[in-house]
Write a protein that binds this ligand. Sequence first.
Ligand SMILES: [Ca+2]
Ligand SMILES: [Ca+2]
Ligand SMILES: [Ca+2]
Length: 522
Amino acid sequence: MLKFASRPFACAAIFALLVVATGGVVRAGQSAVNPASKSQARKTTKKRKKARHVAPLTIVLTPENVASPAPLPAPSATSAPLVGDIAVPTAPVPTAPAITRGGVSASRSSGGVRILPTGRPGGEAQIAATSLVISEFRVRGPSGANDEFVEIMNASNADHTVAAAVTDGSGDGYAIVASDGITRCVIPNGTVIPARGHFLCVNNTAFSLSSYPAGAGSVGSGDAQWTAGSGGDIPDNAGIALFNNSVGGGSFSLANRFDAVGSTAEANTLYKEGTGYPALTPFSIDYAFYRDSCGKSGSITTFGSCPAGGLLQDSNNNAADFIFVDTNGTSAGAGQRLGAPGPEGLSSPIERNTTFTINLLDATVAAASPPNRVRDFTSDPANNSTFGTLDIRRRIRNNTGGAVTRLRFRVIDITTFPAPSGIADMRPRTSTLVVVSGINDAATCLASNGVATTPCTINVQGTTLEQPPSQPNGGGFNSSMSAGTVTLGTPIANGASINLRFLLGLQQTGSFKFYFNVETLP
Ligand SMILES: [Ca+2]
Ligand SMILES: [Ca+2]
Ligand SMILES: [Ca+2]
């Protein structure tokens, strides 16, 4: 997990609570903008008026708007007065990095952002070394009730070979089962799920995210499928469980269960953990519940490093472990935050935070200053950048020991819609190559051009917000951003670096945070 953050230079009282944490002030001294203007434009005037008078930023669900999500209300607060662009952070300078198992995070130093790996902290329940967990799912989507998937992750650091604990000689494996007791997918015996890799089970009747990028291609119809003839639609808010066998009946027991997730409306406790996630009002939107790997349960307003260190959290309490996201920031009953589904299967890139080093583009310059961080005040509402953009540039070095043929970054913590006043509403967006001159960092010059002579001019490649799902409001929680220049034909050799930029549209200014996981192939 990597983090880019800073905090107010001249804090007003309203920011005092953020001081111990982090965040970057990206104030432009302008009024907050309605981040859902596109959505609102499609709605009736009557509904708009109604929504705008609801505070705070939630809507009341009524039968009339169950069929389609209600419009988002406009933030009513305004930004703080202009106090500058992005302040220089003042947190203690961290000690030299020491590689441990866990996510990579950035700590602020007096010079800007510094990256250091972090071990997995205590507190939350830790995933056992052999655990398979349900890492993301949905039971409805834009294509309706059958637009469903269940993603499994091997959260351990060792490859896992599927071997059913109970067998009957008939298609044995692990079973993904809904609370009606009907198996939707079997992960066949002998399947190897790589360390931190995934297995994707989809409803082939209406799965709409088959074009979501995976390795060289897309996730397609997943690694296993179900249809109307094999259980069909999983009802809204029904529970799902992963068992260590596919025999069924009494073999689908608590003792044989790897993991489960269900809502408060699920009566069968075998198919959920704790009281369950808050039951959803069923909208056919591009939503997902994904398992938290930051450790803040999807809070937009909680600053500081991610307690989970970039690794999946499983406290056996669905309400705490799963985060609801959708591409329009809809309030459907289980929390409201802009984000995107990201179904992953066996061919998808794998989290490898600890084997990459994130360097400033120019280490002779503060992290909060160009060329490492560039603030553009140009208003660009059409691209979710009403208050301009924040452009973060880094040199990312491959230390995996081999060539990397696919590289992308998954957002695991961010300030975004619906951020309250004083906190930035950031929208990750696609960027393209920029050429940067005046680099005085010899290591970057050498890595980029093969010559250490300074100053030098370098290429900084753009990153692409991966779609589908369509993200007309920009990215958010669980969105992925790809380094498209890294391919099988043009890999990053071990020890080599790539210069990348992460472009964030600003729909509201204020303190910010931006953490992501590094995902790669092989
Ligand atoms: Ca369904
Ligand atoms: Ca669990
Ligand atoms: Ca996923």
